[in-house]
Design a binder for this molecule. Structure first.
Ligand code: FAD
Length: 182
């Protein structure tokens, strides 16, 4: 039988601060070999989904393969394989030899801040990646959110539920927003 040693390196897990509730249904988001219980809500909250992923990791004994808060800093060829260099928590630098690498670094690591004329006159401008807590909206402030993707919609919801004065959600092309069934 062929056996593989797999290691997953993950540098951060910041997305969940800006997610209120998943937009994909529980049934379609969970893995077929590990479903949520029948009485789980149709749409999981970010916390419930984190709990689900942790339970999945435990169920299939995957924790030993995962290195959290570990940033891969370089990859170089070595003989028939590759050497991965990574930085562990505390700044410890280590290397690992492997035969194959899958790079799944996602879309959300580098913020894309558009250049908008006059934006320098707005007292506080923040990219969604900097959003962590509701108190960042302040008290009695007028908040404008640019973009109506998943992040824009979720952050708007947090803003509306905060002690803001007004919340304006902007889009450039129009969009369709359909309420969830539950
Ligand atoms: C606000 C919001 C809400 C969403 N809601 C849903 C939803 O309800 N349902 C759904 O199905 N999808 C949803 N999505 C989309 C979903 O999050 C993405 O499709 C999914 O996360 C993509 O997975 P990924 O593994 O490709 O990348 P990511 O989830 O972005 O994972 C990439 C990982 O790579 C790590 N990484 C990057 N560089 C390095 C490095 N040098 N060393 C080590 N690690 C590194 C990052 O830290 C990160 O953990 C949502 C997205 C957003 C922004």
């Amino acid at each position: 039988m062929l056996r593989f040693v797999v290691r997953a390196f993950v540098s951060q897990r910041s997305l969940f601060n800006s997610i209120h509730q998943l937009v994909s249904s529980t049934r379609f988001t969970t893995f077929s070999d590990f479903r949520c219980s029948a009485n789980a809500p149709d749409f999981l909250s970010a916390t419930q989904y984190c709990d689900y992923l942790e339970a999945y990791t435990t169920q299939f004994d995957l924790w030993k393969h995962i290195r959290l808060s570990t940033r891969v800093t370089s990859v170089r060829r070595h003989r028939e394989g590759h050497i991965v260099t990574y930085t562990r928590p505390g700044g410890f630098i280590e290397e690992w030899f492997c035969d194959a690498i899958a790079i799944c670094s996602g879309l959300h690591v580098l913020p894309n801040m558009p250049s908008i004329q006059g934006i320098e006159h707005v007292p506080i401008v923040m990219h969604s990646s900097e959003y962590k807590l509701k108190n960042q909206f302040g008290m009695n402030k007028n908040v404008m959110i640019l973009g109506t993707g998943e992040t824009g919609m979720d952050i708007s919801l947090f803003a509306v539920k905060s002690p803001t004065k007004s919340v304006v959600l902007c889009h450039r092309d129009g969009f369709m927003c359909v309420p969830k069934a539950s």
